[in-house]
Ligand binder design. Structure first.
Ligand code: ADE
Length: 268
């Protein structure tokens, strides 16, 4: 059971998204709960304003400390122990799968979504335990990043995915990107499904998929290969790539990378 709490200026954006699809089903099943708090309800000026000009000048507005603190305090009163509070910001640590798995073990998680040029640093110092970025680009607010995190965390909560959904071999589970998938028809607009997948030979299918995963990772995210364990058959496939024995023409740069990788792996 995971209880998400979100401090935001746009609660309906969070509610609508999380109540859709698999996370919505999980809420109906009682595996997840969502509680949004509108920071604007805690305005201290009485007119609903929660932002002000930055000291020192500069563009944009800053979310004030007091409304954020009061919204947080209202939340915290309902909990026995202090929850982890995640502030979404490009200045944070970059989110990854391991972090999702670790956060899925918490009972309560609070997400603080900022807007404008940021949030007064003093309230961040008081309440935030983790500052997280979802990647090196800038969004207009923390709502989408909070949703991205909650989605990734939710699927790590036991029972949220069906056996079929979680039984799938997924990207990053084995440190590699996923292999390509095909469904009916066998031929679509002149393009055929790779014959090995129709062969019924499970060993060959598994080998082909593993090779495709390795090849994709080499092409798109070569740095991921450095933390993958290769067995004898993997190494044989990597050698065949280097010798250009497969129909997958690979670049000189990829060959150099692979050669170094294989040399390092045999050393250690
Ligand atoms: N707020 C704006 N951009 C963001 C990002 N990339 N990650 C997390 N929070 C953000």
């Amino acid at each position: 059971m995971m209880n998400f709490h979100v401090l935001t200026l746009f609660p309906e954006m969070i509610e609508d998204a999380l109540r859709t699809s698999i996370t919505g089903r999980a809420m109906t099943k009682g595996l997840l709960s969502l509680h949004t708090v509108n920071i604007r309800d805690y305005s201290v000026t009485g007119n609903g304003r929660i932002d002000d000009y930055p000291y020192g000048g500069g563009a944009g507005m800053v979310m004030q400390a007091e409304p954020v603190m009061r919204a947080y305090e209202a939340l915290q009163e309902t909990m026995e122990k202090k929850p982890r509070v995640i502030y979404l910001t490009p200045q944070g640590q970059v989110f990854h799968q391991k972090m999702a798995e670790e956060l899925a073990l918490e009972e309560n998680l609070v997400f603080l979504c900022g807007h404008y040029e940021g949030v007064d640093e003093r309230v961040l110092e008081e309440i935030v335990t983790d500052q997280v970025s979802i990647g090196d680009y800038v969004l207009t607010g923390g709502e989408l990043p909070a949703l991205v995190m909650m989605d990734a965390i939710s699927r790590m909560v036991p029972g949220v995915l069906s056996n079929q959904e979680s039984g799938e071999t997924e990207s990053f589970q084995n440190g590699l990107l996923e292999y390509p998938q095909y469904s009916r028809p066998e031929e679509w607009r002149g393009k055929k499904v790779p014959p090995v997948l129709l062969s019924g030979h499970h060993g060959n299918v598994d080998r082909w998929r593993r090779n495709q995963s390795i090849l994709r990772t080499l092409r798109v995210r070569p740095e991921l290969l450095e933390s993958v364990e290769f067995d004898k058959k993997d190494r044989k496939y990597l050698q065949s790539l280097i010798r250009q024995e497969t129909e997958n023409r690979i670049t000189e740069e990829e060959i150099n990378f692979l050669s170094k990788l294989l040399a390092n792996k045999t050393k250690s």
